[in-house]
Design a protein around this ligand. Structure first.
Ligand SMILES: Nc1ncnc2c1ncn2[C@@H]1O[C@H](COP(=O)(O)OP(=O)(O)OP(=O)(O)O)[C@@H](O)[C@H]1O
Ligand SMILES: [Mg+2]
Length: 233
């Protein structure tokens, strides 16, 4: 699970301080599918980057699967990230000169798996997103939706406990967006906790729980009534 207590993030430049996250308290349980919505510039990507250990924070505590990540060294943080977290970036972040197979292999290379295990995981992940027959293609030979699916394959090939997705359907038409959502739901049903930033209200509602961020502040709208009762009890 993922627990934040009083977490704040301030970006400082010579001229301005931006309070990107203010005093965030949050508890995301294992197996949840959480959507995050909020206006542009409200702190959604900052939250995901922080949750995914890509960004530091100055105040508060963050427990990932029970471990307080505050004060861990950069090496310890990247180990933890590699073991537990898969990322889907809004801009895909695929390497244009590498075939799909090798793109999906990138995060696996840091995980000490044998070449045989890696090959199996890569093939499984690309099959799951419907691109099993295109492993030797380059990203530039694919449509936007197909590239998005490669990014998903890359994020799930490591079988992460947490999948953090920044507008995974932002560049897709509504039919393709629904297909990607179905894929994420399938991955969630297999036990991966998912946190997804989206501007799409319909997709946000489909997730089990919606968290809204306004001006760096989180407000939690729990859509599961039985869960809310447990919380109040
Ligand atoms: N590296 C940075 N340096 C300085 N300020 C930053 C940096 N990254 C983000 N910010 C600021 O922090 C605030 C939150 O940005 P963030 O990218 O988290 O917004 P967002 O909710 O993801 O927006 P969008 O929906 O447009 O993607 C913004 O005011 C932004 O300008
Ligand atoms: Mg963003």
């Amino acid at each position: 699970m993922l627990i934040m207590k009083g977490v704040s993030k301030i970006f400082r430049t010579d001229l301005v301080e931006t309070h990107a996250l203010r005093n965030v308290d949050l508890h995301i349980k294992a197996g949840e599918f959480v959507s995050i919505t909020g206006p542009s510039g409200s702190g959604k990507t900052t939250f995901l980057n922080l949750a995914g250990l890509l960004e530091s924070f100055e105040e508060g505590d963050y427990f990932l699967d029970g471990e307080n990540v505050r004060g861990l060294s950069d090496n310890a943080l990247s180990d933890l990230r590699n073991q537990k977290i898969g990322f889907i970036f809004q801009s895909f972040n695929l390497l244009p000169d590498l075939p799909l197979f090798d793109n999906v292999d990138v995060p696996l290379r840091y995980r000490g798996l044998s070449a045989k295990d890696r090959k199996q995981r890569i093939e499984e992940a690309l099959e799951l997103v419907g691109l099993g027959s295109r492993m030797k293609h380059l990203p530039t030979q694919l449509s936007g939706g197909q590239q998005q699916r490669v990014a998903i394959a890359r994020a799930i090939a490591g079988k992460p406990r947490f999948l953090l997705a920044d507008e995974p359907t932002g560049n897709l038409d509504s039919q393709m967006a629904r297909q990607v959502m179905e894929l994420l739901e399938q991955i969630n049903q297999q036990g991966t906790t998912i946190v997804m930033v989206t501007h799409d209200d319909e997709l946000a509602r489909r997730a089990g729980r919606n968290i809204q961020i306004f001006d760096g502040q989180v407000s939690d709208v729990d859509q599961n009534p039985s869960d809310a009762l447990v919380k109040r009890a």
